[in-house]
Each structure stands twice: as C-alpha cells, then as structure tokens.
Design a protein around this ligand. Structure first.
Ligand code: CP
Ligand code: NVA
Length: 331
C-alpha cells in the first residue's frame, strides 16, 4: 500500500480519478483494519484523537456513512467527528442504495466519491469493503465488517492509554469469541507493544491462518482454553457479545458453547488488582459479562464508548490532512 500523503483534497479530485479508468487511485489510503496504518501512523492518529478543538480539515466537504447493520456508537461518533472537523456527514442504509441489487459496490463507491472526502461503510461481508476500496478515489474506512472493527480498536487503545498513561508492559486479555472486535484489538494491542491473550471455547478461537496473519502484522497472540489462565495478572479484561450481528441463527448453540466464558467478578479477581474491564458494546448482561462487572468500579466501558468520537475524529483528520508537520488549522 502506498504511503503517499495526498496534498489535494480527496473529495475534489478530477473526474479521471472517479472511475474513468485512466488514473488508478494508487495514493489513496484506505483503513479496512488497524494494520493499514503503520505503527507511527497509528500513534499519530491516537494523538490527533485527543485534540479537543474544532477544526476545518473537512470544511465544505462531506463524509458518506453507509450502514448495512444497526449502529449506535459508530454512527453517532463518526457523524459528530465529521461535524467537529467542519464537514457534513450523510448517513445512509442499504435500503437507500441496495448494494449489488440496485448497483454494484464499486459503482456506489465511485458515486459517493463524487461528493465526499471519505466513505465509511459497515458491512456484513468484508469483501464489499475491499471492492469499494479498489474502486474508490477517496479513502474508504471500515465502520465494522465480519472481519474487523478498526475504529473500535482505536478507541480501545485510547482507553488503555488514558488508564495507564502508556502501553508499555501492559497485557490485554480477551475472553470470548475470536471475532471482528477481537481481531482488530489483537492487532492494535500487538502493534503498540502490549501482550495479547485470548480464551475462547473450542472452535471459536483464531485459526492457525489467522494467527499467522496477526503474527505477520506484529501481534503475537497467546491462546488459552481456560479464561482464568488468560486473565491471570492482566491489566485489562475485554469481552464482546457471543452472537455478533449476522450470526443470529447460531444464537442457541453459541449461548451453550460460551457458557463458561462469562466475565464474572471472580474472573476479574484473577486479573491484576488494578485491572479494568472493557467491552465494545452493545453488551448482554448475564451472558458475556456479569452486571456487577460491567456496572462496577473496574468497568471503563463508558470512557471507552466516549473515545469512539476521538478515534473517528483522529482518523478522519489524519486521512484528510493537514499532512504531518503542518500546523492544524483551527477555528
Ligand atoms: N461498538 C460499536 O461499534 O457499537 P455500535 O454497533 O453501536 O456502533
Ligand atoms: N462483534 C459485534 C460487535 C458489535 C459492535 C458484532 O459484529 O455484532
């Protein structure tokens, strides 16, 4: 992937870049997972996320936010982030556009790029994002797919850094399904130098190919069968739902298979005395996490949800400039 930063405004590209075929969008940066950012870029995005002031990075430009699945945090944090960057967010659902029924993913991306500086998309199938990115002359950002949730991982890293001051020497233990959230979290944790452990029921962990991909990307994962072993001495204990969006027909089987994997107060006691509890939300109290944990003093799920705003703002700002070294334009 090209590391070129574009000086021009992506939403104002000439029409040749918008799908006429004679100018491949080679310099465009898409963020479909955390490792689309180098480690230095990841840190840059995290630092930008903390800028409290309003900016004009997206002035007079739009950001398209396309959703095939429900969302509360992602939709609201991204919309507000665009407003904070002085842009205009336009959120649409698949009812309005009909990917691969009314028009192809490629044509939708080319169309949205005529008006918008960034396209964000939440999709069932990650390959839709790859197709959009391949055709789009403006950055495509993954707002969650079956494989990855990079904006969530950015917020998770912000929350860990807020809590401990740095990433150095920290261990994150994930208990539950090795899903989209777990995978992006593993990448973010590994690439910032922290240790990542996961405990999943048999058949729900990362497979060997996935572990190899994570390892290649800088995330060494330690896998466990027993949640107590995984969380022993950890600084943060993380979980997510047992039934992700799109897996509803597996719900009964999953609830049975994950029954030993609830994050309870007893499990939290096996972590470090200062350990915090994290969850991307939405949560199902009594399933993956006990009410006493998510609503208890060790829980950081609300600061974590709040960090979704900074994560989106930092990433959108980074994608649209000003380039590193230039002073941010504030208003
Ligand atoms: N964590 C998260 O992505 O929440 P939403 O599904 O509500 O956007
Ligand atoms: N793993 C969950 C995360 C929701 C934010 C899902 O994909 O539904």
């Amino acid at each position: 992937m090209s590391l070129l930063r574009r000086r021009e405004r992506p939403g104002m590209l000439p029409s040749s870049a918008a799908g006429s075929g004679d100018d491949p969008p080679a310099a465009v940066r898409h963020v479909l997972d955390i490792d689309d950012l180098s480690v230095a870029e990841l840190v840059d995005v995290l630092n930008r996320a903390k800028a409290g002031h309003r900016m004009n990075a997206l002035e007079d430009r739009g950001v398209a936010l396309y959703f095939q699945k429900p969302s509360a945090r992602t939709r609201h944090s991204t919309e507000l982030a665009v407003v904070h960057l002085s842009g205009h967010p336009v959120a649409i659902t698949d009812h309005e556009v009909g990917i691969d029924t009314r028009e192809s993913a490629e044509d939708l991306a080319r169309t949205l790029a005529c008006y918008h500086a960034i396209i964000g998309a939440r999709v069932f199938d990650h390959r839709i994002l790859e197709r959009m990115a391949a055709a789009s002359p403006v950055p495509v950002v993954n707002l969650l797919s079956d494989r990855a949730h990079p904006l969530q991982a950015l917020a998770d890293l912000l929350t860990i850094r807020d809590e401990f001051g740095s990433f150095e020497g920290r261990t994150v233990a994930y208990v539950g399904d090795a899903n989209n959230v777990a995978s992006s979290l593993a990448l973010g944790v590994g690439r910032t130098g922290m240790a990542f452990r996961i405990a999943s029921p048999d058949g729900y962990g990362f497979d060997e190919d996935h572990l190899a991909r994570l390892r290649t990307a800088g995330a060494e994962v330690q896998s466990f069968d027993d949640p107590r072993e995984a969380v022993r001495g950890a600084d943060a204990v993380y979980t997510d739902v047992w039934v992700s969006m799109g897996q509803e027909d597996e719900a009964a089987q999953r609830r049975q298979d994950f029954a030993r994997f609830t994050v309870t107060p007893v499990l939290m006691d096996a972590a470090a005395p200062h350990a915090v509890f994290l969850h991307c939300l939405p949560a199902r109290r009594g399933e993956e996490v006990a009410e006493e944990v998510i609503d208890g003093p060790r829980s950081r799920v609300w600061p974590q949800a709040a960090n979704r705003f900074g994560a989106a703002k930092g990433l959108f700002w980074w994608l649209t400039g000003p380039a590193p070294g230039e002073a941010p334009r504030t208003r």
